[in-house]
Ligand binder design. Structure first.
Ligand SMILES: CC(C)(COP(=O)(O)OP(=O)(O)OC[C@H]1O[C@@H](n2cnc3c(N)ncnc32)[C@H](O)[C@@H]1OP(=O)(O)O)[C@@H](O)C(=O)NCCC(=O)NCCS
Length: 148
């Protein structure tokens, strides 16, 4: 596999991001959502690249020492090659640098792949949010990580 690199997302990446977003989620973020996150000073968005191709992305926010992972996806043909973990590790490092002490996220209860990925990084399941998601209606698992 070509070497994977990670860099900040720019507005010109949005079309490639949207393609992966639509392939990955039943309720995808819109272009406007990505545009506002990329331009939000409290947010950090990173892209993974293989050569010139964008193959994954992650967005998070850090407000008052509390981080939140908002979105993470990898292009289907690049999954299970360590890209998701690389993106998650990169955003955790950036959140720590921004002064975050705790990080939270929500994930569909049936998304065992993502839950395993987050657990492998030290996240623990904290609670369930009943009926949080729609299309299909599903509970969210709230996960948290305390940074050293
Ligand atoms: C979740 C997602 C980002 C993982 O990306 P990925 O690049 O495939 O993940 P990685 O290859 O880095 O795998 C990291 C860990 O995740 C878990 N994992 C990944 N794919 C898995 C699979 N098919 N089955 C079980 N566990 C899996 C494993 O613990 C793996 O570690 P290991 O390979 O050392 O066993 C990707 O599957 C995706 O884009 N899914 C759709 C969008 C989504 O669900 N995003 C998360 C929303 S919270």
């Amino acid at each position: 596999m070509t070497k994977i690199s990670i860099r900040k997302i720019t507005v010109s990446d949005i079309p490639e991001v949207i393609t992966i977003e639509n392939e990955s989620f039943s309720t995808p973020w819109s272009e406007v959502s990505f545009f506002s996150e990329i331009n939000n000073p409290a947010s950090i968005c990173r892209a993974a690249l293989s050569g010139d191709s964008l193959i994954g992305y992650v967005c998070a926010s850090c407000i008052l020492y509390e981080g939140r992972i908002l979105n993470l996806a990898v292009r289907p043909d690049y999954r299970r090659k360590g890209v998701g973990k690389m993106l998650a590790q990169s955003i955790l490092k950036a959140l720590r640098t921004s002064g975050c002490k705790k990080i939270f996220l929500e994930v569909r209860a049936s998304n065992t792949v993502a839950i395993r990925l987050y657990e492998s990084l030290g996240f623990r399941m904290l609670s369930l949010s009943r009926g949080y998601y729609f299309l299909p209606r599903e509970d969210a698992v709230i996960m948290g990580l305390q940074l050293p």
